[in-house]
Design a protein around this ligand. Structure first.
Ligand SMILES: [Zn+2]
Length: 246
């Protein structure tokens, strides 16, 4: 009887686990726009949207910014790491050494994050500068590494295979940017999300700071985020953070 019960529970757990692998969206925001991100709090909470914030230069966070980040973490969002100084990994390693890269760009900032109350298990490369050697080093520190993918010639995100995660355990991921300077349109995003929904994949997206205009730069129009959220809801896409992606 005990054995049967064990099998039943194991079966249920497996079934639950499979259920989690639903098509979805992984939204992330880079750098240090804590105050602007915090203003998204109510929007994210109302729509049950969970995202990952990748923090750079944590040594210069103010107490108020740390408190806001802790609140976002309590809400269920994930806090990831984005470099102690925001250097371009490959150049920094060539000009210095990989041990210095690890010490200066990774470990020092990670220690600061830990002291502030954040256990970062995912890393987004500054400038998306990711290559096999840094991946190899950084997998000793993180579970997930994120690069970025540019828009293709066809201007069709649904054809950029690397920005879709298919639950295959490959944790070197790429994401597509929806900042105002990315050239992305709502139609492109809609088609991209249709692919994720149709193929049971997770579309990986990232951006920087929210604004209420189309002004160019590493900022995104809040309207774009609202469009993404409403399309995701309509397509029954799950919102994943890095930690629940695997
Ligand atoms: Zn950055």
């Amino acid at each position: 009887m005990g054995r049967l019960l064990f099998l039943l529970i194991a079966g249920l757990l497996l079934a639950c686990h499979d259920d989690e692998k639903r098509a979805g969206l992984w939204l992330s925001f880079d750098d240090r726009s804590i105050n602007q991100w915090y203003e998204l709090r109510d929007l994210l909470r109302t729509d049950n949207v969970y995202v990952t914030f990748f923090i750079t230069q944590p040594d210069s966070l103010t107490k108020e910014e740390v408190d806001k980040l802790l609140k976002l973490q309590q809400d269920g969002h994930e806090i990831g790491f984005h470099g102690s100084q925001h250097v371009l990994s490959e150049y920094y390693i060539k000009e210095n050494s990989y041990t210095e890269y690890l010490k200066d760009e990774i470990e020092s900032g990670l220690n600061t994050m830990e002291k502030l109350g954040f256990e970062c298990t995912s890393f987004a490369y500054p400038y998306g500068a990711k290559y096999w050697f840094t991946d190899l080093i950084l997998f000793q520190k993180f579970d997930i590494l994120r690069g970025v993918a540019p828009l293709n010639k066809e201007k069709d995100i649904s054809k950029i295979d690397e920005v879709y995660y298919s639950f295959n355990g490959d944790c070197t991921l790429f994401s597509f940017g929806f900042d105002n300077n990315s050239g992305v349109t709502d139609d492109m995003l809609e088609k991209a999300m249709d692919r994720a929904a149709g193929r049971n994949e997770v579309l990986m997206l990232y951006a920087h700071a929210p604004v209420s205009s189309d002004k160019k730069g590493y900022v995104f129009n809040l309207k774009t985020l609202k469009f993404i959220i409403s399309k995701a809801k309509a397509s029954d896409l799950e919102f994943y953070t890095s930690k629940n992606l695997r």
